[in-house]
Each structure stands twice: as structure tokens, then as C-alpha cells.
Ligand binder design. Structure first.
Ligand SMILES: [Ca+2]
Ligand SMILES: [Ca+2]
Ligand SMILES: [Ca+2]
Length: 284
């Protein structure tokens, strides 16, 4: 689960009324395009986001009351994980002891169909931990996020680069309240870009919904495996489709409220004051 968050299922029927008015508001505020292609892109992303809101699968309360909600955005199927060079996604999951509801994680059977997440009720810190890679490309990974009031207006927050940053690198980026976020990769330092939102990927034209990012909701946070090569018509796969090109863990937590942050600073000051006194004693 997301850190120590409380998991609660939110069924579509419970939120349908709220979403209907939200949909109207989004449509009214976002479809003012600068040109036709931008218009089409906005419509496409908006449709994707609203479809996802209609299939909410779960939400999480965090420390500052931020609620993180996984969106499937129309994805309903697991994807095959093919074996290739070590470390395989399964071997990394095993090595780090990832479990789902107390049982060993299975990369074949435990895939969520989440493609993106909404953040409401407060800002959220998204913390990456780089766990492993089997890729010749250097891939820049991070979060793409947009305000819910303007869901096609993405900003990019870089977290780490495989093969450059060492395995074990930890990086935190902050996503604002009332936003949607997804994972992105700049493949081979920018030759291609893929998202965890399949409809935003250039190789996903048509009805294919094969994921570039497989996302698992584990007892230690999210485990994510990336396939960094595009869809190949003749093989019917995304590259070798081994999802071990970059493997990372993600934890999402509410950003502390200002009042709590102020208390933390005061607390830290008291601790520093305490520590200084003995040091002075040692010097003299
Ligand atoms: Ca899928
Ligand atoms: Ca691969
Ligand atoms: Ca690989």
C-alpha cells in the first residue's frame, strides 16, 4: 500500500453524481485550444482522464489528508512479462521481498491496471527508489503531472536516470493538490518518451493497451517495471517486453501541513540546542 495509508474502496456508484458535475466543469474550462491538433490532443487526454475517473478502483488517505486514487483509464488486462537478461522483474521483486497482501509478489498475476493517480485534499510527495536495470539505454524517469482543472497541461519532475545514478538512489518530487500524475520515461536521453498513460504513447494508436509501465500495489509501496522499447507490429510485443529495463519502487505520502512543518522545525531547533551544549563541554 502507499506507505501507511488507509485503503478504502470507492465504488463508481458512490461517486457518480460528484463526477458528473466535475466532468461538466472540466469540459467548460479546458477546451479552449490554440490550434486544431492541440484541440484534438486535449480532447483525447481529457477523455482518458474522465474515463479513468469513472472507473475508480481505490483511494488512499495520507498524513495531510491527501487522497491518492489509482486510475485504470480503461485498461483491464494483464500483460505478459517475457524472460530475458537478468535481473528479471520477478527476481528483483523476490530479492527485495515484495509482497502483496502478505504473499510473495507474482509479476504475472499481481499487476494493477493503474495508469495514473489523482491527488486531492492536499499535496503529495512521490518518492522513487531505483532498484535495478537491464537496459543499454540511459532512461530519465520521473513524474508527469497536470492540474485536474487543466489535465492536458503536463509538467515534468525528474527523479533519476538508470545507468547514471547508482542502484539505491532515492529521489522525492512533490505533486500539487487537485492534480493527476503519471510516470514518464525519456528513453535514451530523449529519443522517445513513454507514459504510464497508454493513450499518450505514440505506439499505442488504435485499440492496443499494452503497458510500458507495469504497476504493482505491494505491502511496501508501488513496484514499477518499465519496458523501454516501442511496440513492434511483427512480434506483437513492446520490444522484448521483459519490463526489467528500469525497476523502481514508489511511495506516496501527504506533504506535512504548514502547522506540522513549523512544529518539526521547532523540534529540530530544540534537538540542535541540546546537542550543542555537550560539544562545548568537550571543547573546553
Ligand atoms: Ca494492463
Ligand atoms: Ca526490455
Ligand atoms: Ca531488459
Amino acid at each position: 500500500m502507499f506507505g501507511n495509508c488507509i485503503f478504502q474502496i470507492v465504488w463508481f456508484t458512490q461517486v457518480q453524481g460528484t463526477l458528473a458535475s466535475e466532468s461538466t466543469r472540466l469540459l467548460a474550462t479546458t477546451l479552449e485550444p490554440a490550434n486544431e491538433s492541440e484541440h484534438l490532443m486535449q480532447k483525447k487526454i481529457l477523455k482518458t482522464v474522465l474515463t479513468g475517473l469513472a472507473v475508480l478502483v481505490g483511494s488512499f488517505s495520507t498524513a495531510n489528508a491527501a487522497v491518492i486514487t489509482g486510475l485504470t483509464l480503461g485498461d483491464s488486462g494483464s500483460d505478459t512479462v517475457y524472460n530475458s537478461a537478468d535481473p528479471s522483474l520477478q527476481s528483483v521483486a523476490d530479492a527485495y521481498g515484495f509482497t502483496v497482501a502478505g504473499n510473495d509478489l507474482s509479476v504475472a498475476n499481481d499487476q494493477t491496471q493503474w495508469q495514473a493517480f489523482t491527488v486531492t485534499g492536499g499535496a503529495a510527495n512521490v518518492t522513487f527508489e531505483y532498484l535495478g536495470s537491464s537496459a543499454s539505454y540511459n532512461n530519465q524517469l520521473g513524474v508527469a503531472w497536470a492540474p485536474l482543472s487543466d489535465p492536458s497541461n503536463f509538467s515534468y519532475l525528474h527523479a533519476f536516470t538508470n545507468n547514471i545514478d547508482p542502484v539505491g538512489t532515492i529521489a522525492t518530487v512533490t505533486v500539487e493538490e487537485d492534480s493527476i500524475f503519471a510516470f514518464y520515461v525519456n528513453v535514451n536521453s530523449g529519443n522517445e518518451q513513454f507514459y504510464s498513460i497508454n493513450d499518450m504513447n505514440e505506439d499505442n494508436k488504435g485499440s492496443r493497451v499494452t503497458d510500458h509501465f507495469l504497476i504493482f500495489d505491494t505491502d511496501q509501496g508501488l513496484l514499477v517495471g518499465l519496458e523501454d522499447i516501442r511496440y513492434n507490429k511483427s512480434s506483437g510485443k513492446l520490444g522484448d517486453q521483459d519490463y526489467n529495463d528500469v525497476i523502481f519502487k514508489v511511495n506516496v505520502a501527504g506533504v506535512p501541513e504548514p502547522a506540522s512543518a513549523a512544529l518539526l522545525v521547532i523540534g529540530a531547533g530544540m534537538l540542535l540546542g541540546r546537542n550543542r551544549k555537550p560539544r562545548r563541554g568537550q571543547v573546553h
